[in-house]
Design a protein around this ligand. Structure first.
Ligand code: F6R
Length: 227
């Protein structure tokens, strides 16, 4: 496990963009699990700038959706698919996407691709990864789940006063932990305690992120999250 504390979110975004760009340079057809949420947006913006400048080519990358709310109409503005498309897939000029709708189709598509090279993850305030809410053990499969009150609260600020859907489909812990490398991005004092539990506490289904230590993990945190 590598843990780096960066002075601020700008540096975090820059170092995170370097991390992914290096992997794309080594393997242009990288298969990448893509978190939405606030934390990775700076990283995605920097990657997009590099693509625009012609210093990074992501045209052979496959983007894999991490999670999606259940029961939304195709045109609903809260779809995480659209967030992934507008923040990552379109600006990085990525051509291949594995959407997450039906768990069985998703699992089969991922298997056909040979699994994930890289998972880019944020950390939920309750230790969730994707929407693997506590308790989620390491074998939890891709499935539909009910969101916990903490996740409903933390997702509320994404949607400008719209309600947060109460159910979601998430890539399983088995998928996430199967990635050949994982990048966990954490920012803000409100994540300090849960990041400490994930990195320094016992492995437990009550903190799903604690299982990331089983993977080839890089954690990039800002000063507030990991002083
Ligand atoms: C988003 C996701 C979530 C977030 C987590 C942190 O696709 O799967 O697990 O990564 O809730 O969210 P932020 O980054 O908004 O603090």
């Amino acid at each position: 496990m590598t843990v780096r504390t960066l002075p601020d979110t700008l540096m975090l975004a820059e170092v995170a963009a370097d991390w992914l760009a290096q992997r794309v340079a080594l393997k242009p057809e990288l298969t990448v699990l893509v978190a939405t949420g606030q934390t990775p947006m700076g990283m995605y913006g920097r990657l997009a700038a590099r693509v625009q400048a012609g210093t990074l080519d992501c045209s052979q990358v496959t983007a894999v959706q991490l999670d999606e709310y259940s029961g939304l109409a195709p045109e609903d503005p809260r779809r995480l698919r659209d967030w992934m498309m507008t923040s990552f897939v379109t600006p990085l000029r990525i051509l291949k996407v594995v959407p997450l709708d039906d768990p069985a189709t998703f699992t089969a598509e991922l298997e056909a691709l040979g699994g994930l090279d890289v998972a880019i993850l944020g950390l939920g305030p309750n230790g969730h990864l994707g929407f693997n809410e506590p308790p989620s053990g390491p074998d939890a499969p891709t499935r539909e789940v009910a969101l916990t009150p903490e996740s409903l609260l933390s997702n509320r600020h994404y949607w400008n006063g719209l309600d947060v859907p109460t159910r979601a489909v998430t890539a399983g812990m088995d998928v996430i932990l199967g990635a050949r490398e994982t990048l966990l991005l954490v920012s803000g004092a409100h994540k300090r305690a849960i990041l400490g539990a994930a990195l320094d506490g016992p492995e437990t289904p009550e903190v799903p992120a604690s299982y990331l230590r089983r993977t080839a993990l890089t954690v990039l945190a800002d000063q507030e999250a990991r002083p």
